[in-house]
Design a protein around this ligand. Structure first.
Ligand SMILES: [Zn+2]
Length: 178
């Protein structure tokens, strides 16, 4: 099942990744998940402002707009996340709980084989991205970030941030020139 929101969010990725990611999503991920779960990209790009707002959660801001208590969700300030450059994405599974063709419930379960093909759906997505040369946050030693995938073309935020600060963008955009 192809997800419209995901296709829209792919268009927000760094131009260097857009075509590739759309291809991976439509031709590899969608056909691989044939059961009661589909894959959605919950985030692709996150602006510096959005990143700073996220960093503030649990540090200087303790309640969300609905008055619910919030904890620390990230260790990255604006500019310190690969998302800030459009070179990363986060996934979530959306489940069709009733089996009626409506996918409505978010799930971060990484061990469930929704389409009964012998491999957990989450790990099928992991295999696909890794096969295409992406880095999976679940492989990180210190802080495991299982929904996270990135392809920064040999860069880290430490090499991307100076490009951003020096205004080295693809003309007419805020995507760094890499
Ligand atoms: Zn992420």
């Amino acid at each position: 099942m192809e997800d419209k929101l995901t296709l829209q969010r792919i268009q927000l990725l760094h131009p260097k990744l857009r075509q590739e990611t759309e291809y991976i999503y439509r031709s590899q991920i969608v056909p691989a998940l044939s059961g009661r779960a589909m894959c959605r990209f919950s985030y692709t790009i996150r602006t510096f402002e959005e990143q700073n707002a996220l960093y503030a959660q649990g540090r200087t801001k303790f309640y969300d707009s609905n008055g619910r208590k919030v904890g620390i969700v990230t260790n990255a300030k604006g500019g310190q996340s690969i998302h800030n450059y459009g070179l990363a994405l986060d996934i979530v599974l959306i489940k069709d709980v009733n089996g009626d063709g409506t996918f409505e419930t978010a799930s971060w379960e990484d061990t469930i084989d929704f389409d009964r093909d012998g491999k957990a759906d989450w790990m099928e997505i992991v295999s696909i991205f890794k096969r295409n040369g992406w880095t999976w946050g679940g492989d990180w030693k210190s802080f495991k970030d299982k929904p996270h995938f990135e392809k920064p073309f040999g860069h880290t935020w430490r090499t991307l941030l100076p490009l951003y600060q020096q205004g080295k963008f693809i003309p007419g955009t805020k995507y760094v020139l890499i």
